[in-house]
Design a binder for this molecule. Structure first.
Ligand code: MRU
Length: 341
């Protein structure tokens, strides 16, 4: 396998390493990942996270397993185990489907390695195209807002929504960014803030419940978020809290864009109600944990509701930024997403 380098995964002399995102920004620790149970556990724990990144990580691991001589039968079983690691991001399922096709070829080892490398390279390319289409929407001096982490840590490339924001910054548009901290797991506060510092993007961190006040004051000109799965009618799932931002944006007439590669579209879901939503452990809401240790503030057995994602209805979206262009409601109604079948 080639040496590949992204912010959250890399391959070195055929072996796979994953940057532990639960320890960021305090510690930058790379774990070697050699087995399927290790990869599943890293994905479930969000050590590796972000829709495109988990799909690519799972496929690189399968390619590694193929390179060390696992049988086709074993790899096919492993693909199904990896598929079940997280339920909402369809990129994981789509990437594994590509690997299954590769594993059917006569020289399945070479095919699996080539397929994983291709998925990695494709994601880099898709990110760049989304960034170009999305950055063209941004005007000089705008104040932008984003939710969760959608940057290099979540993809093989520059990211989805954060890739757009980053390119607008590089283009000298003098933007400023509000970063939602993104409770409960703080992907904004820990990861997006960290990436913004690396990229030199002027940002301010806010608690999620401060976005309303900023919009009411006219201090948010445009919102960009990512997505884990987009239904055929344009409804989409993203990190919990995205829906409330979209409602707020609609009320305050702030343009609200979802940014995703076309591989995030799932035409098998007619609308957002068909998107499976991952429920996560109660402890994530009862307190926080990370490189700084564990703090619990709720009663030990406090009952908790903890969906990892929510669904934003298409009606609240201003535009869909894909690698193929920016689409409007009219485009979606005309069936533009069918090209991604
Ligand atoms: O639970 P996470 O951290 O994997 O959730 C990530 C998101 O919700 C992102 O916005 C989404 O994956 C799109 S990022 C390219």
């Amino acid at each position: 396998m080639k040496n590949l380098t992204a912010l959250s995964v890399k391959t070195v002399q055929g072996e796979l390493y994953v940057l532990d995102q639960t320890l960021l920004p305090q510690q930058q620790v790379w774990h070697s990942c050699k087995t399927v149970p290790q990869m599943v556990s890293m994905i479930k724990a969000l050590q590796l996270r972000g829709a495109p990144a988990i799909g690519i990580g799972a496929c690189l691991l399968l390619a590694y397993r193929a390179s060390v001589g696992d049988s086709r039968e074993q790899l096919l079983l492993d693909a199904e185990v990896l598929r079940a690691a997280r339920p909402t991001a369809v990129n994981l399922m789509n990437n594994l489907d590509s690997m299954l096709a590769a594993l059917k070829q006569t020289d399945f080892t070479l095919a699996a390695i080539a397929c994983a490398e291709q998925l990695f390279a494709e994601d880099v390319e898709l990110c760049q195209r989304m960034a170009e289409h999305g950055a063209a929407l941004v005007q000089e001096g705008e104040q932008l807002l984003t939710h969760c982490n959608t940057g290099g840590l979540a993809t093989a490339g520059v990211g989805t929504a954060l890739g757009v924001i980053s390119l607008a910054h590089q283009q000298g548009k003098n933007i400023r960014l509000w970063v939602d901290e993104t409770r409960p797991l703080l992907q904004g506060g820990r990861l997006t803030a960290w990436e913004c510092q690396q990229l030199g993007i002027p940002y301010q961190l806010i608690c999620d419940n401060m976005a309303a006040m900023l919009m009411a004051r006219g201090q948010v000109d445009r919102i960009f978020v990512g997505s884990d799965r987009i239904a055929a009618n344009g409804d989409f799932a993203n990190k919990v809290g995205t829906y409330s931002l979209a409602v707020l944006a609609h009320y305050h007439k702030v343009p609200f864009y979802v940014v995703a590669p076309h591989t995030t579209v799932d035409l098998a879901c007619a609308d957002g109600s068909a998107i499976p939503i991952e429920q996560r452990h109660a402890d994530e809401v009862r307190g926080v944990s990370g490189a700084f240790g564990k703090t619990v503030w709720a009663p030990e057995q406090a009952p908790v509701f903890n969906p990892a994602f929510d669904v934003t209805p298409a009606a609240l979206v201003t535009g869909w930024v894909f690698d193929t262009g920016v689409y409007s409601h009219a485009d979606i109604a005309a069936g533009v997403l069918q090209q991604f079948a």
